[in-house]
Design a protein around this ligand. Structure first.
Ligand SMILES: [Zn+2]
Length: 488
């Protein structure tokens, strides 16, 4: 378990003072080959965004897990500002990552209804902004849904603005012949290669996004991790294997290992995937240390969404609802020198935070003016009364669902006219008891704050995306990954 006893002793930082001290990027310190300072004055010299697909917040030791699967994440949490109430905007990869890259909701940028919808090129992304400001930009992604189609579609999605976009997925999946992915170890190796090449070229002002895939189903951990997390299996806890890629009361087809229907087998394999990812993440953090880039970088860690592991009747899937288990995500900010923003009383916070906050936070940490959007810079003090939204759009697999949360409650509704359901996240963290009828004042308050949030943060222009003209092979591959529900 994380020992947080020493984090309060870390120096806090008055951000405004650092930013007016004249050390903004572009003032001369950023020329290639200039030695970076050993320990991080602000602004940060570079930003490293580390994302793990399908990683539930509660699987981290630092957030309460006792599995021992995440020693490297726990160490990073102890060296970071860790957010205990952080949320994705969606429970699906592409809409979620569009929010990370833009600071907007997926609906703002047309990245709906799901992973095959592409935001249009005129939407500016974080990578485009940083590239324009002089940073070298690179991405290493290992989820098929994030594969770039720039050769066909041009600048249309999360790949916008990256000088280098490595989406090589050459490992044959154990569970599905003909399908490919990239393991965490290979993802780290590819990211490390790019970092070392930048170091050799003297390009140390960079923005790197690394997207790990491992905890995403099918749960096929390396054998050593599968063995390590193998344990007793309850014979009487079984779920039928479905014929579709939906997780409601069924094991989705893409997750199934033969006729295995005992849930403990899947739970143990999920844990093993998390551990394999964690080990690879630790190696990448070591590469940053080896290059002398750990201490003067902004390091952000999060997950794109979580995973249903039986809650609310959903088994081993995501993208079908927006309850806590799929939208609460781990979030850590490791600021240069291990410093904390001046508002933070320690290394952990229950402040409400979300993926829409990451773009303005990265920009401010790098010395840039934060781009207005749905989020706020997490370097600034918390704002009273804030809410965040989550949404899944209707598909073959679900009816669509909207949620608003302030971290204390979550209100869910299916559409206009639907009676909302209210859950008290503190008294009822599993969201089992609808208290909307008992607390109409909370319902009204959340709806009013939702409306105010949408009104006050509305982007200057709305965008319409488009469903990507994927070829049949790509559509089939996404379907097998669970991202396009073809039904049967
Ligand atoms: Zn994902």
């Amino acid at each position: 378990m994380l020992d947080c006893g020493d984090v309060d002793a870390r120096r806090t930082l008055v951000w405004a003072a650092a930013l007016v001290a004249g050390c903004a990027p572009g003032d001369g310190q950023g020329s290639p080959g200039t030695p970076a300072p050993a320990a991080g004055p602000l602004p940060a010299r570079r930003a490293v965004l580390l994302v793990c697909d399908t990683l539930r917040a509660d699987r981290l030791g630092s957030l309460g897990s006792t599995s021992g699967a995440t020693p490297n994440l726990d160490r990073l949490a102890g060296d970071s500002l860790a957010f205990e109430r952080a949320y994705a905007t969606a429970s699906m990869t592409v809409p979620s990552m569009c929010s990370v890259m833009t600071g907007l909701y997926a609906a703002d940028v047309g990245a709906v209804p799901g992973n095959t919808s592409m935001m249009p090129g005129e939407v500016e992304t974080l990578a485009e902004r940083l590239g324009d400001e002089g940073w070298v930009t690179g991405a290493v992604v290992s989820n098929y849904a994030l594969r770039s189609w720039s050769d066909v579609l041009g600048d249309r999605s999360v790949w916008q603005g990256f000088d280098h976009y490595d989406h090589e997925m050459t490992d044959a999946e154990q569970n599905r012949p003909g399908q490919f992915e990239r393991s965490a170890a290979a993802t780290t190796a590819a990211a490390a290669d790019w970092l070392r090449a930048r170091a050799r070229a003297g390009e140390d002002r960079l923005f790197l996004w690394v997207h790990y895939q491992d905890p995403h189903g099918p749960y096929t951990p390396p054998a050593e991790y599968e063995r390590r997390f193998r344990g007793p299996v309850r014979d009487d806890v079984r779920v039928p294997i479905g014929q579709r890629n939906t997780a409601k009361e069924r094991i989705p087809r893409y997750q199934a290992f033969g006729d295995e229907d005992r849930v403990d087998v899947y739970l143990q394999r999920y844990e093993a995937e998390v551990a394999a990812f964690d080990a690879a993440l630790g190696e990448l953090l070591d590469v940053l240390r080896e290059l002398g880039w750990y201490d003067d970088s902004l390091i952000v860690f999060t997950a794109d969404h979580g995973e249903s592991l039986g809650e609310h009747g959903y088994w081993f899937g995501h993208g079908e609802h927006v309850h806590e288990e799929v939208v609460r995500v781990p979030l850590m900010l490791r600021l240069p020198g291990g410093r904390l923003p001046d508002w933070a009383a320690g290394g952990r916070t229950t402040r409400l935070a979300g993926h829409v906050d990451l773009r303005p936070t990265v920009e401010q940490a790098l010395g840039l003016a934060p781009t207005p959007g749905r989020g706020v810079s997490l370097l600034e003090p918390p704002r009273e009364g804030r809410v965040l939204l989550q949404r899944v759009f209707p598909s073959d697999a679900n009816d669509g669902l909207c949620a608003v949360t302030d971290g204390a409650h979550r209100l869910l509704w299916r559409g206009e006219g639907d009676a909302p359901r209210l859950f008290d996240l503190r008294a009822d963290p599993d969201e089992l008891r609808d208290v909307a009828a008992e607390r109409p004042e909370v319902v009204a308050d959340l709806l009013a704050r939702r409306d105010a949030h949408l009104r006050e943060t509305a982007p200057a222009s709305a965008h319409e995306g488009s469903a990507a003209p994927l070829d049949e092979a790509a559509t089939d591959a996404l379907r097998k990954l669970g991202y396009v529900d073809g039904g049967d």
